[in-house]
Design a protein around this ligand. Structure first.
Ligand code: BJW
Ligand code: ZN
Length: 258
């Protein structure tokens, strides 16, 4: 029984090493790369993911915190949650997964990074061509006049913070459930899919639309798609490769010498 388990673990390890070799070879010969990241890439920086064992949605109800209705009902409660997350993100440092993507960008003429994360860790690591499709934790948008203010204070002076322009309260400049991804952002995502030959999907559960469909659109338009995640996702079997492992370990192995 124990021998069977050891043999199984060995097979998995060999399979993973083969996959890494194959993915590395593809990455090395490809100049046009698109990456999509989700909460999993920041998990090794100490920022909790949404779903899964220690996920945020296990402790908080999404509809009470990540919707416009929730904000209109109780802006202070929603802000307290975001303030707690601002505190976690301010303490966090990029991990080897974030840095591996900077390394990749430095070696490729056409590189775009789409992130669903709002923590700013890709920017902190040094990534440059970033599309933040769900917004940014460090920006406050006036709920009335729409002015966006950059603010890194933790804690904030007052909750909810007031707009300096019109005095109405601000909201986090993020995309909540039921809200549209801004059209210019969608346009840039479509351009990035079109321009790439290879797409890497890292640390996202692939259940939130429209982000979940980006990999599928890439696949259907003839691009190679490689996924890195600690566990399979609903779309894993549709991609060219699905590498199971931590992004902080797999990405440096894939991107070290590009
Ligand atoms: C590791 C790891 C390690 C761990 N290494 N891996 C079509 C069908 C059904 C529903 C819809 C649909 N179209 C739209 C909807 C509704 C909704 C939706 O998708 N709901 C689903 C849940 C069913 N979508 C929307 O409302 C979107 N808007 C929209 O579509 O507008 C048009 C429209 C409007 C009105 C009506 C109809 C259409 C907007 C979605 C906005 C999502 N917002 C949030 C909050 C953002 C701000 C904030 O952060 O507070 O975005 S929700 C949350 O989920 C957050 C994330 O960006 C997003 C995705 O999560 P992510 O990143 O995938 O995290 P996890 O936790 O789910 O997964 C982590 C993964 O990492 C796991 O797989 C782990 O295994 C892995 N992992 N450690 C590698 N070390
Ligand atoms: Zn205002």
């Amino acid at each position: 029984m124990k021998l069977d388990l050891i043999r199984y673990q060995l097979i998995i390890k060999i399979k993973m090493e083969d996959q890494i070799k194959e993915a590395k070879a593809i990455i090395e010969k490809t100049s046009d790369i698109l990456v999509l990241t989700g909460a999993g890439i920041s998990q090794e920086s100490g920022i909790p993911t949404f779903r899964g064992e220690d996920g945020l949605w296990r402790k908080f109800r999404a509809e009470e915190l990540a919707t416009l209705e929730a904000f209109q009902r109780d802006p202070k409660l929603v802000w307290e949650w975001y303030e707690w997350r601002r505190g976690l993100s301010k303490e966090a440092k990029p991990n080897p997964g974030h840095y591996a993507l900077v390394n990749l960008e430095n070696g490729k003429p056409n590189f775009t990074l789409i992130t669903q994360n709002i923590d700013g860790l890709h920017q902190l690591a040094g990534s440059r061509n970033i599309i933040e499709m769900h917004g940014n934790l460090w920006q406050i948008r006036c709920a009335s006049c729409g002015i966006v203010e950059e603010n890194h204070d933790v804690p904030l002076n007052e909750l909810p913070p007031k707009c300096k322009n019109c005095g109405v309260h601000g909201r986090p400049n993020v995309v909540w459930f039921g809200e549209m991804i801004p059209m210019p952002v969608i346009d840039n995502i479509l351009i990035a899919i079109d321009k790439c030959q290879l797409m890497l999907i890292v640390g996202t559960s692939g259940v939130v639309e429209p982000a979940a469909s980006i990999g599928l659109v890439a696949k259907h338009t003839g691009k190679t798609v490689i996924e890195v995640n600690i566990e399979p996702t609903p779309n894993s079997s549709l991609y060219d490769l699905s590498i199971l492992g931590k992004s902080g370990e797999i990405l440096p192995a894939l991107c070290s010498t590009v």
